[in-house]
Design a protein around this ligand. Structure first.
Ligand code: PLP
Length: 377
């Protein structure tokens, strides 16, 4: 049996009939960038997340960049974030001229360890940029309390966590601004690159809308220098069409996570994802933790099971951040996660048969491996 890490074709089958005529309509109108389709999507998403405003942008990366620019963060400033995330999180901090200040993660959720944040705050700190990694919210009450005390802004990197909840509240409505990605492999993906920023701050909203179009206020008059961060109308139509199904897809991922957890629960060698009681995890990724990670990865690949490492090298050890002077051992929990974690297929349309096959294969690997170790000792 072949089980890919992600298969988007069954999702397309569910929306094809509704979506294709809308795309054809756009082609007939020949209207491609921003416009009514993007405005409609922004309104729907703001309503769904529960914020007053949202801004459709060209990617999750540009959402981060525009949020940082909108808050006036730049040269000489510091932003506290996690060393264990997709590169864009820290890359954008650097792009605006600020310095990423890393704080290690929790060993069970892989999210930033909130208890270590205050020690990293200096007079130059302007914001905290937590990442709701793999689809589970960070402890936002704690983060907001620290931010309030030190007068800092909070930008949620919610790129992997659309539809996740924290204390019943939607992720993306918990800080100063929040960033989402519509990259195809995210829970709400479009047909290319796309992203969104949400906020309740009117002034920031207006600033970010202008930054999205090169800082333009009225046609060809620029108060500030922004970027080309525009979203295509076609991508907005895809997002609008998919949105009504998002909750059912995230619930499907949660159900699959439960099935895996019961099928793998007896396996002492494998650590399973941990869900905090006050949170709804939406499993953008389902992450295993084990010593023999690389051997399992090869074994699963041999058995035609898709799997991937998110992420093999923590951000503080990336060559481009060597100027920060961080070395191996500085963030040991992140380094351990980079060595021991593996993502397995979790997309909502996975069949019970596929989940059983993946679980049985993982369990057979563990038995085989311990027999090998026993005969070697
Ligand atoms: C995907 C992702 C991004 C970037 O989104 P793009 O749309 O690919 O630019 C940023 N942060 C995290 C945590 C992500 O997973």
């Amino acid at each position: 049996m072949k089980v890919p890490l992600l298969d988007l074709k069954p999702q397309f089958a569910q929306i094809k009939e509704k979506l294709v005529p809308k795309l054809i309509e756009l082609m007939e109108q020949q209207t491609f960038i921003l416009g009514p389709a993007v405005e409609k999507m922004e309104k729907e998403l703001a309503e769904y997340i529960g914020t007053k405003y949202s801004v459709g942008v060209s990617s999750g990366t540009d959402a981060l960049l525009i949020s940082l620019m909108g808050l006036g963060i730049g040269e000489g400033d510091e932003v506290i974030t996690t060393p264990y995330s997709f590169f864009a999180t820290a890359g954008c901090i650097q792009r605006v001229g600020a310095k990423p200040i890393f704080v290690d993660i929790e060993p069970d959720t892989y999210n930033i360890d909130v208890s270590k944040i205050e020690a990293a705050i200096t007079a130059r700190t302007k914001a905290i940029l937590p990442v709701h990694l793999y689809g589970q919210a960070v402890d936002m009450n704690e983060i907001n309390a620290i931010a309030k005390k030190h007068k800092l802004d909070v930008i949620e990197d919610a790129c992997q966590a659309i539809s996740a909840r924290y204390n019943e509240k939607m992720v993306g409505n918990l800080g100063t601004a929040a960033c989402f990605s519509f990259f195809p492999s995210k829970n709400l993906g479009c047909f290319g690159d796309g992203g969104l920023i949400t906020t309740n701050n009117e002034e920031l909203y207006k600033k970010m809308k202008s930054l999205r179009v090169h800082g333009m206020e009225s046609q060809y008059f620029h108060k500030s220098v922004g970027i080309n961060g525009r979203l295509d109308a076609m991508q907005a139509v895809v997002v609008s069409t998919k949105l009504p199904l998002l909750e059912s897809w995230s619930d499907g991922r949660r159900r699959n996570a439960e099935k895996y957890s019961s099928l793998l629960s007896k396996n002492k060698k494998i650590g399973l994802p941990v869900q905090r009681a006050d949170r709804k995890h939406i499993f953008n990724q389902f992450i295993l933790k084990l010593k023999d990670r690389d051997a399992l990865k090869n074994y699963l690949s041999e058995k035609n099971i898709g799997c991937a490492i998110y992420y093999p090298l923590p951000l503080h050890l990336q060559e481009c951040f060597s100027y920060l002077g961080k070395k191996t051992g500085d963030f040991p929990i992140s380094e351990e996660a980079a060595r021991t974690t593996l993502a397995i297929p979790i997309y909502p349309e996975l069949t019970d048969e596929a989940i059983k096959y993946v679980s049985d294969t993982i369990n057979s690997f563990s038995t085989q491996n311990s027999e090998k170790q026993m005969s070697a000792s």
